[in-house]
Design a protein around this ligand. Structure first.
Ligand code: FEO
Length: 392
């Protein structure tokens, strides 16, 4: 996989796509909430042809680095177009600085794009080129056909398909966490999945609509706005996006999510894990990465929720977790519950009510475990029996 995109020579005209994005290794929380220990990239691409197009910009903190890279890549030529596929500021915040540097550039966007540009940059004037779904802008050999993808992940999102390279500039889709100088030992899918379910997970139907729209389109390269350029084995990535956006589990495996006030519920969760023969992930919702836990809940077929009654309600971290799953359309899974309560355990009932109201197509494992403070021998046996049911 080449993270910097294709650089090629074709025909009599020098034709080249250059990577002009940046790596952000300073950010503490992406979008103010996602931990990104290996940073993130804001990708931008320069298509050099008879006409020159810049594909999106970068986060404002990297404006100067971006403009310097662009100037270098242009080798004295002037850009004709800035294509704005996505207006979220991690890609759009440098638009104004770019246009001020190249005032003759035409900004290509749709109606929703321009509405947002005016919201983010009040009073800003620039040359606009309004496009509709399916419009094509020719650059010479390259051409850009605009494929609207509303809600993947904002309403104005469009993607740009270049028939010459058989390349899709895919906006946030097919992106992942991690800077491009990080060679992820876990491969593409792990941080791409955390990114997808953290950020795009709610929008399964729009992603399905996009995949249907792209079906049959010849595709050799995907250039997303985050993470590496994908230039081989594209069926693998598209298949994962299909599974994720259909809310289907990827693995016949178990995700255990627990909260524990004094360690007893944790002991129950770990006892369950130690009796599983299936693959499993286990998360302490108060201490482990919240978005890894969300990713785990969507990845695996089975979800075990182990928690306590707290102020006559669901323990806060578990309640936050359930709401996060609800926001992302959680469905099509099998769930088991382990509850703890020292004087009036009722969290099992509350979780069941929440699931019934908010999740679709859930199978509940009838065997539940009720702990009253510390585990009894009977509880231990119940947990072993629950593990057997999960192992089937
Ligand atoms: Fe990478 Fe929706 O912004």
């Amino acid at each position: 996989m080449n993270p910097y995109g294709i650089m090629d020579m074709k025909g009599m005209v020098k034709i080249m796509v250059k990577y002009i994005g940046v790596n952000d290794r300073k950010i503490d929380l992406f979008e103010g909430q996602f931990v990104v220990p290996e940073g993130i990239s804001y990708n931008s691409y320069l298509i050099l042809d008879e006409k020159i197009a810049i594909m999106d910009t970068v986060d404002i903190h990297f404006k100067d680095e971006f403009l310097a890279k662009l100037k270098d890549a242009l080798e004295g030529r002037m850009p004709d177009y800035l294509v704005v596929d996505h207006m979220e500021p991690d890609h759009s915040a440098s638009i104004k600085a770019l246009v001020e540097e190249y005032p003759n550039i035409e900004v290509i966007g749709n109606q929703a794009t321009f509405k947002m540009i005016h919201q983010f940059f009040p009073g800003f004037t620039f040359k606009q080129k309004l496009v509709k779904e399916g419009d094509v802008v020719s650059l010479g050999k390259h051409s850009l056909k605009f494929v609207f993808a509303p809600m993947v992940h904002w309403p104005e999102v469009m993607m740009s398909y270049d028939a010459y390279d058989e390349c899709l500039y895919s906006a946030d889709a097919f992106g992942k966490f991690g800077a491009l100088d990080f060679d992820d030992p876990e491969g593409w899918a792990c941080e791409a999945r955390r990114y997808y379910f953290g950020i795009v997970g709610k929008f399964g139907v729009p992603v399905q609509n996009l995949l249907k729209k792209l079906a049959g389109t010849p595709l050799k390269v995907i250039r997303p706005l985050h993470g590496p350029v994908l230039d081989s084995n594209l069926d693998y990535y598209i298949h994962l996006y299909d599974i994720w956006s259909k809310y289907e589990p990827e693995a016949d495996a178990v995700t255990i999510c627990y909260t524990s006030v004094y360690g007893n519920t944790k002991e129950a969760a770990e006892l369950l894990a130690s009796n599983l023969t299936k693959e499993y992930d286990i998360f302490d919702l108060a201490r482990d990465d919240f978005h890894e836990a969300i990713e785990g809940a969507f990845e695996n077929k089975y979800l075990v929720l182990a928690t306590t009654t707290y102020c006559s309600d669901i323990f806060p971290k578990m309640l936050d977790f359930l709401h996060a799953l609800k926001e992302r359309g959680y469905q099509n899974r099998t769930i088991a519950i382990i509850e703890n309560g020292s004087w009036s355990p009722q969290v099992k009932k509350l979780i069941l009510e929440f699931i019934t109201l908010n999740f679709k197509n859930i199978v509940l494992i009838p065997r539940t475990v009720t702990i009253r403070s510390a585990l009894t021998e009977e509880n231990r046996q119940e947990i072993v029996e629950l593990a057997k049911e999960l192992n089937k």
